[in-house]
Each structure stands twice: as C-alpha cells, then as structure tokens.
Ligand binder design. Structure first.
Ligand SMILES: [Mg+2]
Length: 233
C-alpha cells in the first residue's frame, strides 16, 4: 500500500529548464564579442558546477555564475552595462509565467483524494513558493518540502515524517538523478516522466531492471500506475 506520493515541481508540474536555456542564450549573445560560443557555455557550466555547493540550485546561483563567467572570459574587462543586463535577465527568470504541463492539475487533484501528496523541490525558496502559488495547485498538497538537495537521506526523512516511510512512498519527476535514483535507494518507488531538455548537471542513466522503477510519457498515467502498484500487478 502506498501512503504518500511526492511530486517534483520544475519540469514535472510546470516548465522551467526552458527559461534557463533562454537566459543562457542571452548570456552568450552579450559576451559573444569576448569568446566563442562553445567556450562560453563550457565556462558557465564549470562555474555552475563549482558554485553548486556554495549557492545551491536555482536562479540566484545561476545569475552569480553568469556574472563570474563574464568577468573570467573578459579578463576583468566586462562592462558594467553587461553585468546589469545579466542581473536583469536573472530577475526576469524570477517573474516568468507558470505554465502547467499536460495532466498536471488533473493528476494532482485525483491523487490528492486518495493519498497524502507532497511537493518536493530544490531551488530558491522564494522562487519555488512563488511558482507554487501561481500554479494554483498549492492547496492540493498536504505538504511542501523545499530542500537544498535530493538525496536518499532527504527522501527517507521526508517520507518518514509524512506517512509510513519511503518503503510505502512513491516519487515522480523528470530528473533521473534527483527524483528517481535516490528514492529507489531509500526503498521507495521512483517514476520517471521525462520532459524537455535536462540540465547537464542533473543527468544520470536509468537503473537496470529495478522492480520499483517505472517510466511514463506524461503525468496522465500516474493514477492508474499507482493502482497497479497497490494491487501488486
Ligand atoms: Mg524537475
């Protein structure tokens, strides 16, 4: 029996990574005079990787990494006007509209009637709260967990607090690395719903023949999959 179902937010309930891609295109445009495009993208990714442990996941860390990279590739000569544009691009991301993905609302509504459902997301606290409020789904969740990282330990702790533990819980999301593999390690069910481009630092291979791993093309099939899991079929 499943007591608790956790939903990832970004690129599971609503589009997100696409806004990062658009902003990165703007970053490349602004610095194109100083370095070739592939080099700019590489250096930015290096900065993001380096800074993850300091700033965590989200728009603020991404903006700081863009600025840091701009300083590096221009050897300190980046004009203040460009820095200002990068800050504006980051702020724009914090205001982007929230567009629900197919079946998100219906699936959350359906499962909220039969299970304890949680939103489990990493990212900037204010930004994630803003998006949840704008999504109109906030009242349907029994709990919201905005965490600094998604590890087996984090899932173990969250699902122990909201139900009968990870062993009777399911996590659904677009990221194999953050939403699926760690919940499988914690003993729960992991459902992968791929969507759009995946961030280079959030990539992982699927597990091989794991009995609690499932993949769905979209959220529409989740209520049925939950029934099947509970029937043991
Ligand atoms: Mg996601």
């Amino acid at each position: 029996m499943l007591t608790t179902i956790g939903f990832d937010a970004d690129d599971t309930l609503w589009a997100n990574e696409a806004y990062f891609r658009l902003t990165q295109e703007r970053f490349v445009e602004l610095l194109a005079d100083y370095a070739p495009v592939p080099h700019l993208n590489e250096r930015l990714l290096e900065a993001e990787r380096r800074n993850l442990g300091h700033y965590g996941f989200g728009v603020k860390g991404f903006t700081l990494s863009m600025i840091e990279t701009a300083i590096e590739v221009t050897e300190g000569r980046v004009p203040a006007a460009v820095i200002s544009e990068l800050l504006a691009a980051g702020r724009d991301m914090l205001e982007h509209p929230v567009n629900l993905l197919p079946h998100a609302r219906a699936t959350v509504e359906t499962l909220s009637r039969s299970h304890r459902i949680l939103l489990i997301t990493k990212g900037d606290l204010l930004d994630q709260e803003r998006k949840l409020a704008a999504s109109g789904l906030g009242d349907l969740f029994h709990g919201v967990e905005i965490v600094s990282d998604k590890t087996p330990e984090v899932y173990t702790r969250i699902f122990a607090r909201h139900g009968q533990g990870a062993g009777q819980s399911l996590m659904v999301g677009n990221s194999m690395k953050s939403d699926v593999l760690p919940i499988l390690s914690a003993g729960g069910w992991g459902v992968h719903v791929p969507y759009g481009p995946i961030w280079a630092l959030d990539h992982a291979d699927p597990p091989e023949h794991h009995p609690r791993f499932h993949e769905l093309p979209d959220l529409g099939g989740l209520p049925h999959l939950v029934l099947e899991i509970e029937r043991g079929t």
